[in-house]
Ligand binder design. Structure first.
Ligand code: ADP
Ligand code: MG
Length: 392
C-alpha cells in the first residue's frame, strides 16, 4: 500500500454504489495498465465492504487456476472456506455409554473439507456443483446477518477457456455467478486485471457485458500526482522535504503513473535522506540516473525478450504521436514507410506483417487490442523508454 492513496475518489464512490445493490445486478471490474494501482485499490475496497457487512474472500488468479474447471471450482471453495470455516451447519448431541455420562454436542462447520464433501455430493457438471454449494452456503450465512460475499480476484486476465481441451473455467465462473445472482443470492464478483480482461469475458459470454460495471483506472491528474508525492512526507518530523520545482520535476518524470511515482519518490527520498539538511533539497534530483535505473528495473526485461524485428516495429510505434492512447495498423505501416525514407528504419512493414506481429506482441504483454480493434502500448511510458533506447 502507498503511504497515501492519491485520487480514486470516483472509483471508491462507484464501488460504494455496488455495495448498496440489493439484489446484486452488477459485478465489478477494475482494469488498467500495469502499475496503475489496481491491486492497491482492490485492497482499499476490502475494508469498505467489510464495514458494510460483506464478507470478502479471494486470491490472485494464476494461470493454473485456469487449467480446467475443476481447478477453478477448487479455487472458489478454498477461498470461500476461509470465511465459512467457523459457521456451524449441524449440531448433534452425543451421549457416551452409561446413563450418567455427560452429553456432548458435536458441531460440524463449513470447513474446506465440508465444502468439498458437499461439492462432491451435488450431481451434475462443475457449474451445477458450484451453484449447489454456493446456494447451500448462503442459506447458512444469511441467518447470520451477513450482507453478502464478495469474491475478489486479482490478475483475472489469466482466466480463459480452453476449447481445444474442452475446458471452460471462465464460462463456468460467469454462468455460476449469473445463475446464483438470479436467485437473489448476494454473491458479487470483483475482478481486477489488464485491459484484455473485459473483452475476454465478453467473448466467453456475451451477457458479461451487462453483468459488470467496468472501472478503467487512468493515470492520476496533475493535482493528484502532486499529492501522491508531497503527502507522504508532509509530516514535520520527516527529514526530507521537496521544493516546488522538485515536485514539478518528479511530476513530469512520472506523468501521473502511480508505479513510477512510487519508484522515483523512493529513489529521491533515499538519496536525500542520507544527506538531509532539514528544510531544503539536498541537491538537484538526479533525473538521468533514476531514469537509467528505472529502465533497467522495469523496462529492460520486457525489451530483452523482443526480437530485433519486433524492436523495429516498437520503434516505429513509439514515434507515433498517439501511441500512448491508441493507434491503427495503417498508421504504423505509413510511419514505417516514412521512416524508411528518412533512413531511420531499414525495411518498411506491410499491413499483414504488422497485424501478425501485433498479435505476438500482445501475447508478450507489450501491446493490447481494445474492443474497437485499435491497439495501445500495454506498458505505461514504454514509448519514452523506446525513444531513450534510440535517442529519438
Ligand atoms: N492512487 C495511488 N496513489 C499513490 N500511490 C499509488 C496509487 N495507486 C498505486 N500506487 C502505488 O503504485 C504502485 C503500483 O500499484 P499496483 O496496485 O501494484 O498496480 P497494478 O496492480 O495496477 O499493477 C504501488 O507501489 C502502489 O503503492
Ligand atoms: Mg496488480
Amino acid at each position: 500500500m502507498p503511504p497515501y492513496l492519491a485520487g480514486r475518489t470516483r472509483e471508491k464512490a462507484e464501488f460504494a454504489k455496488l455495495l448498496d445493490q440489493d439484489p446484486v445486478l452488477q459485478n465489478l471490474i477494475l482494469t488498467g495498465l500495469r502499475g496503475l494501482g489496481k491491486t492497491v485499490l482492490l485492497e482499499t475496497f476490502k475494508p469498505m465492504a467489510v464495514e458494510a457487512g460483506w464478507l470478502w474472500v479471494g486470491a490472485d488468479l494464476s494461470e493454473s487456476t485456469s487449467v480446467n474447471e475443476q481447478a477453478l471450482g477448487l479455487r472458489l471453495l478454498t477461498d470461500l472456506s476461509v470465511a465459512t470455516a467457523g459457521v456451524v451447519f449441524s449440531a448433534e448431541e452425543r451421549r457416551h455409554a452409561g446413563l450418567t455420562a455427560p452429553v456432548e454436542t458435536a458441531y460440524k462447520t463449513l470447513t474446506f473439507d465440508t465444502l468439498v464433501t458437499l461439492y462432491t455430493n451435488v450431481p451434475g457438471l462443475v457449474a451445477d456443483k458450484l451453484k449447489g454449494v454456493l446456494e447451500l452456503v448462503w442459506s447458512y450465512l444469511s441467518q447470520l446477518g451477513v450482507r453478502g460475499v464478495i469474491f475478489a480476484y486479482d490478475e483475472a486476465q489469466n482466466l480463459g477457456d480452453r476449447a481445444e481441451k474442452e475446458q471452460f473455467p471462465l464460462s463456468v465462473l460467469l454462468d455460476v455467478f449469473q445463475s446464483i445472482q438470479r436467485k437473489n443470492i448476494p454473491f458479487m464478483l470483483g475482478l481486477t486485471g489488464l485491459p484484455t480482461l473485459f473483452p475476454k469475458l465478453v467473448e466467453a459470454r456475451t451477457f458479461a457485458e451487462r453483468m459488470f460495471h467496468v472501472l478503467f483506472l487512468d493515470k492520476l491528474t496533475k493535482e493528484e500526482n502532486k499529492e501522491a508525492i508531497v503527502k507522504p512526507i508532509s509530516d514535520s518530523d520527516c527529514p526530507v522535504h521537496f521544493s516546488d520545482p522538485s515536485v514539478e520535476n518528479i511530476c513530469s518524470m512520472t506523468a501521473g503513473y502511480p508505479y513510477f511515482i512510487q519508484y522515483v519518490c523512493r529513489e529521491v527520498f533515499d538519496v536525500w535522506s542520507q544527506k538531509a539538511t532539514a528544510g531544503e533539497d539536498a541537491q538537484p534530483i538526479p533525473v538521468q540516473e533514476i531514469l537509467r535505473k528505472l529502465d533497467s528495473d522495469f523496462f529492460a526485461g520486457r525489451w530483452a525478450r523482443a526480437t530485433d524485428r519486433q524492436r523495429d516495429l516498437l520503434k516505429v510505434i513509439a514515434t507515433l504521436d498517439n501511441c500512448a492512447l491508441e493507434f491503427t495498423v495503417q498508421e504504423v505501416v505509413d510511419r514505417s514507410v516514412e521512416m524508411r525514407g528518412q533512413g531511420t528504419l531499414e525495411k518498411a512493414f506491410s499491413g499483414s506483417h504488422v497485424n501478425q506481429m501485433l498479435v505476438t506482441l500482445s501475447e508478450a504483454g507489450l501491446v493490447y487490442k481494445n474492443r474497437f480493434g485499435k491497439y495501445s502500448l500495454a506498458v505505461p511510458l514504454l514509448d519514452q523508454f523506446i525513444k531513450r533506447q534510440y535517442s529519438l
